[in-house]
Write a protein that binds this ligand. Structure first.
Ligand SMILES: Nc1ncnc2c1ncn2[C@@H]1O[C@H](COP(=O)(O)OP(=O)(O)O)[C@@H](O)[C@H]1O
Ligand SMILES: [Mg+2]
Length: 387
């Protein structure tokens, strides 16, 4: 009797899985299944036609069968519930799986000798914390209080025994640096930020996304498994309907996320939720005590002051100027444009809008300068939304 299939289960991002696989024989699960189906059809055909083909009988044993993270979605639910049967049928020497559903994991572990490999997620180090402190002002204007609160909130992640995530709620008006701050921390830790925008989901889709659905549907659990970053950004968390709040209790508490199909252990990750709530009271009212009390810190992002808006505009204009060709740059004055914009921006403190305004004004001035033939001053003013 040939030796039993040896199983290796790998949890982590695709790029890491690729490294784990390295060189060596590869037969992909989906190819093996297609091959099997084709063989069956041929077989049926020859039985009907009363003749036998010999080629199928001598197929060599598969050396290494590989199931990728997306494959479970492509095979039938039936094949998932009887995955062991499927493996026995193909009978590879080795089977390597990437981020399989919990059901597949449990079955295989009972039936075959199984080893489990987990990707080690990047963690926040002390020197990254220092870079956060020193680099914050270069990346974001204002929000000095955020910087201090973040340092305190992030510190527990740098202690070696930490095994649970730190969960933060960023709140405040739009376009003042919440997402940017999350991105900044992620840049310091490493990996590609896992960012989920809750406003993008309609309720129905969201239910299967959060609670798990058919294997063929994307899910939060799978996104968590496939991620490479230590930071998980749940952007616009306030847009999720309250029926979904309970789905986050366990992951916020213990760092374990379970849905119908998967079980994910996050370890000392950083979970950042962002919202447009105006106060802690609002958050408590909207999310309920149970969820509210699970945040390690609630961090308020303030509207920018007039001086801060002016500084943002100067930075934006300077940044845009570095990207102009030298001929175009020579036609315009950065200082004059900044001053004019500061005047016009008034109380618009949404940096996203300011960025658009800067782009429009520079483009308009350039067009005027380039086409400066006749009526250079006849262009209408650009209306500033919300000003
Ligand atoms: N305080 C700030 N200083 C400098 N740039 C900012 C600031 N706030 C926001 N921005 C810029 O404005 C854009 C939108 O910011 P974002 O962080 O997405 O806002 P939100 O608070 O809505 O999450 C980004 O390009 C970001 O870099
Ligand atoms: Mg945002």
């Amino acid at each position: 009797m040939p030796a039993k299939t040896k199983v290796t289960i790998c949890y982590g991002p695709p790029s890491w899985f690729e490294e784990v696989l390295g060189k060596g024989a590869r037969t992909y699960l989906l190819d093996a299944l297609n091959e099997r189906d084709a063989a069956m059809r041929r077989h049926r055909h020859t039985i009907d036609g009363q003749e036998r083909s010999v080629e199928e009988e001598v197929a060599p044993r598969v050396k290494r069968l590989i199931a990728m993270t997306g494959d479970y979605a492509s095979v039938s639910e039936h094949a998932i519930t009887n995955f062991v049967g499927l493996v026995r049928e193909i009978d590879p020497k080795r089977l390597v799986l990437h981020n399989p559903p919990e059901l597949v994991h449990a079955q295989l572990k009972r039936a075959f000798p199984t080893e489990i490999l987990r990707f080690e997620y990047p963690v926040l180090k002390r020197d990254a914390l220092r870079m956060f402190r020193d680099g914050f002002g270069g990346r974001l204007v204002g929000q000095a209080a955020v910087r201090e609160r973040m340092l305190a909130a992030l510190y527990p992640l740098t202690t070696p025994r930490r095994s649970k995530p730190v969960v933060l709620m960023f709140y405040g008006p739009s376009g003042v640096g919440k997402t940017e701050t999350a991105q900044f921390v992620n840049d310091l830790i490493g990996g590609t930020l896992l960012r989920k925008q809750f406003s993008m989901f309609h309720s129905e889709k969201f239910a299967s996304y959060v609670f798990g659905g058919a294997h063929s549907e994307g899910s939060f659990a799978r996104d968590l498994l496939d991620r490479s970053s230590g930071v998980i950004l749940l952007d616009e968390f306030d847009k999720a309907a309250s029926v979904f709040h309970s789905a986050f209790y366990e992951v916020f508490d213990e760092g374990v996320f379970e849905d119908k199909n998967y079980r994910v252990r996050l370890g000392p990750a950083l979970i950042i939720c962002t919202s447009n709530y105006e106060s802690e009271g609002d958050i408590r009212n909207a999310l309920g005590e149970a969820l509210y009390s699970r945040f390690d810190a609630l961090i308020r992002f303030a509207a920018l002051s007039r001086d801060e808006i002016a500084l943002v505009i100067r930075r934006l204009v300077d940044d845009r100027f570095t990207r102009l060709t030298s001929e175009d740059g020579a036609l315009l004055s950065a200082d004059a444009i900044s001053e004019e914009l500061i005047e016009r921006a008034g109380r618009v403190g949404n940096v996203r809008k300011l960025g658009k305004l800067v782009d429009e004004v520079i483009a308009l001035k350039l067009v005027r300068a380039v086409l400066s033939s006749t009526d250079a001053d006849a262009c209408p003013d650009i209306a500033v939304e919300g000003a």
